[in-house]
Write a protein that binds this ligand. Structure first.
Ligand code: CAA
Length: 276
C-alpha cells in the first residue's frame, strides 16, 4: 500500500484483517508514523467496541510492516497507490512501482478524480494498471469500484474482482469515466449542498440534519465532504466539470475557498465543521 493517509491506512486495515501480509509505504518517516497511528487508532476503536479482541488486534498489527523503501515492492502481488490527487505525484509513484514490481503484479490506483488511462499509459505495462477505488471509511464501506481502461488485460480485472471478494468487499466493474459510477452521481449533490449552505438561509447543522432525518442519508452532505476531504471532493468536481462542462459540477466558490484556506475537513481538524 503506497500512501498512508485516510484511505491508505483504511485499506491497510482491510488487507491485514483479511490475513494478508501488508507493506505500508509513504514518502518520509513522519508520513509513515501518521499511517501507523491511523491504523492503530482504528483498531483500538474496534477493540473498545468489542469487535476485535486484543489478540486479534495484535495479529492484525503483526501482519503490517511500515517504511519508506519501495524496494519491498519486488515481493508484492498487489500494489495499491493512494497518494494525494496530484497527477505529477501519481506519475512519479507509478514510475517507481514500474521499476520494482514483479511482472505479474496487479498495479492499482485508488484515485477518485484522475484518469486511470493516463496513469496506465505512463508505465511500461499499461495492461496491468487498473483502478481499485475504495470508499471512505474503507474498513466499513463494502463497495469497491474496479476500473478498467482500453489498455487493460481482462485477466487482471478478473483477478482483482476475486481478490476483493475474498476481502469481503462488494466489487463492481466500471469504465474509466470521470467520477466512475458513485462519484459521478454523488458529487453534484454535495456541490449543490455547499451552494445551498452558502446562500446563508440555513445553518450547516440544519442542512445536514434535513438530509439525515428526513431524506434518510447516513450523514449530511457537509459532514460527508469533511469526511472524504474538501480537496478530494473538489478534485472530483473539477474533473467532472472538465469532462462534462455541466455547470452542476463547477465547484461551489465556498468549496474552493475552503480548499485555498487549507480547511480540508476532518484530516486537518477543520472544514465545514471544527473537529479540534
Ligand atoms: N474506520 C473504521 N471504522 C469506522 C470508521 C472509520 N473511520 N468510522 C466508523 N466506523 C465504524 C464504527 O466502528 C461502527 O462499526 P459498528 O457498527 O460495527 O460498531 C460503524 O462504522 C458505524 O459507526 P458509528 O456508529 O461511529 O457512526 P455511524 O453509525 O454514524 O456511521 C459512517 C458512520 C459509517 C461513516 C456512516 O455515517 C456512513 O456510512 N456515512 C456515509 C459514508 C459515505 O457515504 N461514504 C462514501 C463517501 S464517497 C467516497 O468515499 C468516494 C470518494 O472518492 C470521495
Amino acid at each position: 500500500m503506497i500512501g498512508l493517509g485516510t484511505m491508505g491506512a483504511g485499506i491497510v486495515e482491510v488487507l491485514a484483517k483479511a490475513g494478508h501480509r501488508v507493506f505500508g509505504i509513504d514518502y518520509d518517516d513522519r508520513a509513515v508514523a501518521g499511517g501507523r497511528e491511523r491504523l492503530e487508532t482504528s483498531l483500538d476503536r474496534a477493540v473498545q467496541k468489542g469487535k476485535l479482541n486484543p489478540d486479534e488486534r495484535q495479529a492484525v498489527v503483526s501482519r503490517v510492516s511500515f517504511g519508506t523503501d519501495k524496494a519491498v515492492l519486488t515481493g508484492a502481488s498487489v500494489i495499491i497507490e493512494a497518494v494525494s490527487e496530484k497527477p505529477e505525484l501519481k506519475q512519479a509513484v507509478f514510475a517507481e512501482i514500474d521499476a520494482h514490481a514483479p511482472a505479474d503484479a496487479i498495479l492499482a490506483t485508488n484515485t477518485s478524480s484522475l484518469s486511470i488511462t493516463s496513469i496506465a499509459a505512463g508505465t511500461t505495462r499499461p495492461d496491468r494498471v487498473i483502478g481499485i477505488h475504495f470508499f471512505n471509511p474503507a474498513p466499513v464501506q463494502p463497495l469497491v469500484e474496479v476500473i478498467d481502461t482500453v489498455l487493460t488485460d481482462p485477466a487482471v480485472i478478473d483477478r482483482a474482482m476475486s481478490f476483493l471478494q475474498e476481502l469481503g468487499k462488494r466489487p463492481i466493474r466500471c469504465g474509466d469515466r470521470a467520477g466512475f459510477i458513485v462519484n459521478s452521481l454523488l458529487v453534484g449533490y454535495l456541490n449543490a449542498a455547499v451552494r445551498t449552505y452558502a446562500d446563508g438561509r440555513i445553518s450547516r447543522e440544519q442542512l445536514d440534519a434535513a438530509m439525515v432525518e428526513e431524506a434518510g442519508y447516513p450523514m449530511g452532505p457537509l459532514a460527508l465532504l469533511d469526511m472524504i476531504g474538501i480537496d478530494v471532493g473538489h478534485a472530483v468536481l473539477v474533473r467532472m466539470y472538465d469532462e462534462t462542462k455541466d455547470r452542476r459540477h463547477a465547484p461551489a466558490p465556498l468549496l474552493t475557498q475552503l480548499l485555498e484556506a487549507g480547511l480540508l475537513g476532518r484530516k486537518t481538524g477543520r472544514g465545514f465543521y471544527d473537529y479540534r
